[in-house]
Every structure is written in C-alpha cells, then in structure tokens.
Ligand binder design. Structure first.
Ligand SMILES: Cc1ncc(COP(=O)(O)O)c(C=O)c1O
Length: 383
C-alpha cells in the first residue's frame, strides 16, 4: 500500500480498522477475564495479524488460538510463543507440529481415539510429545465428544494413557450461542456450558485424571461466561471481540460504537431512485447473512458519516439487499439523503472475521486520520 493520509485518497473498497476501538475492545475483554480470574487466550482467526496478537498479549493474554497450522506458522514466525489450535488436527500434519514445537508451545484438540492413537504413534516415532485437550460438545454439535461423564471420563482416561501425548484438559466452544433467540436463551447457554464443563472436570479429577485446563470461548456468550465462569474455566478464547460486527450487535454483545472494522465503499451506480450499487461485493463483505435476535437484515450496516468515532448510526434508509462478487445492491427507501456515483459510505459487515481473511492489509484509522497499515499476514492460510 502506498502512503495515504486522507480518506478521500483511499481507493475502495478498503477495509478500515478503527484503532482506538480495537484497543478498547482488547482492554475491555482482558479486564473482564482478569476480574473473573480466567486467563484470556484470544482466537486470532478474526484479525489474523501478529501485530494485533502482540497487542492482545501486551494487554495480558497468555497466548493465542489459531484454527489452522498455516496460521500458527505465521504467528510462530512472528514470535508468538504459545499457540493453541482448538481444531481437530490430523496426524498427517505431524511434521509441521514437530517443526512448530521448536519455536512455540503448541497444543491442539482431539475428539476421536483413532486420531489420538495416530498422534501418539507419530509423536513416539519422533521421540516427542504433543499437548492435547479433549474437545467436548456442549450443544453446538460440530466437533467434540459427548459431555456425559459416563462416556467422557473413560475417553479422557484413554487419551491420558497414550504415550507421546500429554492431556492438558478439556475444551468447549458454545458456537450454538450464535443461534440464540433471546438474551435469556444466550445466558442459559453460557450457564449450561459452565455447568457441563464443571461437572466433567470434577468427575475426571475425582478419578485421578489431571485436568489443568478447562477452556471455553466465544464472543456471543462472553459477557455471561466470564461473569459465571470463575472457578470453572481456566481460560477463555473469544475471537470476534477485537473487531465485533453486525452479528454481535444482533446478539446483544456489541453496539455499533464497539465495531472496529468497516468497509469503505464507493457508489458506482445509481440506476434508479430506490437503488444504488456499491463497489464492495461478496469478495469484500463476504456473504454471511445477518444473525441474532435483534432482527437485523441485509449484508451490513451502512454509515454515511465516514470519519465518525462514536455515536454513529446506521442509515435506516439504506439496506444492503444483495451481493454479487463485486457489487453490493442497496435498496434506498424514501427519506434517504441523496446518494450518487462517487459518494462514499462505510459498511459494518455481518461477519468481520471473514472480511479480514479477504484482504492482505487493512487501514488503521483514528477518526478522520489514517494512522497506519495493518498487515493481515495469516490471511488465506487455510491449510
Ligand atoms: C473452537 C473455537 N474457539 C473459539 C472461537 C472464537 O469464537 P468467537 O469468534 O465467537 O469469539 C471459535 C470461533 O470460531 C472457535 O471455533
């Protein structure tokens, strides 16, 4: 990116990160975790940037999470030395795990004994040891073993006994919280996750197993999980909170003022009084639909004020109704301030994590000032 100092000089679509908000989000989540006596280990999937990871660690995080080894390789090369992958890695990647272990403390999850045995063999063959956590399904029904202690404790015992592995603990992710229909339901999901993990940890420890870590983490239930989780959870792994987004607004986890990431876009066509087209399509905004019980619709919140830092409002007259790859078709309802070709807006996307995966770098802004470039070094590292 060439040196640019004003919004007007930015080419669009451009991803903007509001630096004071990023800093505030990092500070506030860290403060909530610290107050609860829970270590914070943010998931780096949202920012994919060593620069942001360093800010999180400077603020008190004990390390980071990544989903993929390719991301972990970028962060380890940048000096991040404690990385957890809450992702079911396959033993075919043993060479990469062994290489990463030279520069970082690495851990990952298992939820299948065949896979755990494969890791055990691979680690023994290399005269090495892998730190693993057992993933527990607390209701999302993606990965993870069933939480019932009657079957989960024997599973933990088998993993703990495998040579070449060290069982560090148990790990959950309340991804179903994204589908909560109300604040109360969300609160209930957080409490149920805590109770499930507390019971399993208690019973496993009661049978003599060492469970050092009880790890949970997601941004939607964070406000409840951190309030009730002290004494159960040893660490929390939220990712999205660094930027927040429209989904988090829909789930009551953030306001528009908390959202640090937006897309600066230009009107490239205004073919009808009730329609304008922006230059940010699904290749910039990503196609994720709006989620949350607040009933938001469309593909993003459109802001007319380009340089606002706080107290901003989404324009209710502009609805991002449809995305093509390079076009966002916006319905303009009566009462809208006129908008024509060349005009610019900011769009807060439904899902910030996928937006930062789509660009090599973002602009760091502070109100009207462009204060730097944020390289997104781990973007696209999907293997
Ligand atoms: C296993 C796991 N842990 C933590 C997170 C972070 O969740 P969020 O982005 O809601 O904060 C994710 C997100 O996908 C995840 O998959």
């Amino acid at each position: 990116m060439s040196p640019v100092t004003t919004f007007a000089a930015l080419r669009t679509p451009a991803v903007l990160i509001e630096r004071p908000r990023l800093d505030a989000n990092i500070r506030q989540m860290q403060a909530a975790a610290t107050a609860a006596g829970i270590r914070l280990r943010p998931h780096a999937k949202t920012h994919k940037s060593p620069l942001v990871a360093r800010r999180q660690i400077e603020a008190g995080a004990v390390g980071i999470c990544c989903a993929k080894l390719g991301e972990a390789e970028v962060f380890a090369a940048a000096g991040i030395s404690d990385i957890r992958l809450p992702y079911p890695l396959q033993p075919s990647n043993a060479d990469r795990v062994l290489a990463l272990q030279r520069t970082a403390r690495l851990s990952f999850i298992v939820d299948d004994l065949r896979v755990a045995r494969g890791w055990s063999e691979a680690m023994q063959a290399a005269n090495a040891r892998a730190e693993v956590l057992v993933k527990v399904d607390v209701g999302f029904h993606r990965c993870g073993i069933a939480a019932a202690p009657a079957t989960a404790v024997p599973f933990l015992r088998e993993v703990a006994a495998l040579p070449g592995l060290r069982l560090a603990g148990i790990l959950s992710h309340a991804g179903h919280a994204y589908h909560a229909h109300s604040e109360e339901e969300l609160r209930g999901m957080a409490e149920a996750e805590r109770a499930t993990m507390a019971q399993l940890a208690r019973e496993a420890r009661g049978e003599g197993l060492t469970i050092d870590e009880v790890s949970a983490g997601a941004t939607p239930p964070a406000r409840f999980s951190l309030a009730v989780g002290g004494g159960t959870f040893t660490e929390f792994r939220p990712g999205n909170y660094v930027y927040f987004d429209r989904t988090m607004m829909g789930l009551g986890a953030a306001t528009l003022d908390d959202c640090a990431l937006s897309v600066l876009a230009t009107v490239v066509s205004a073919p009808a009084p009730d329609r304008v087209v922006l230059d940010c399509g699904s290749k910039t905004l990503a196609a994720d639909g709006a989620r949350g019980f607040a009933g938001v619709t469309g593909h993003g919140a459109v802001l007319r004020e380009l340089t606002a830092t706080a107290g901003q409002h989404a324009d209710p007259h502009l609805i991002v109704e449809r995305l093509s790859e390079e076009h966002a078709t916006v319905r303009v309802t009566p009462g809208a301030r006129p908008l024509g070709p060349g005009d610019r807006v900011r769009v807060v996307p439904n899902h910030a994590c996928v937006v930062s995966n789509l660009v090599d770098s973002a602009w760091l802004v502070d109100g009207p000032e462009i204060v730097g470039v944020l390289p997104i070094d781990a973007r696209g590292r999907i293997q």
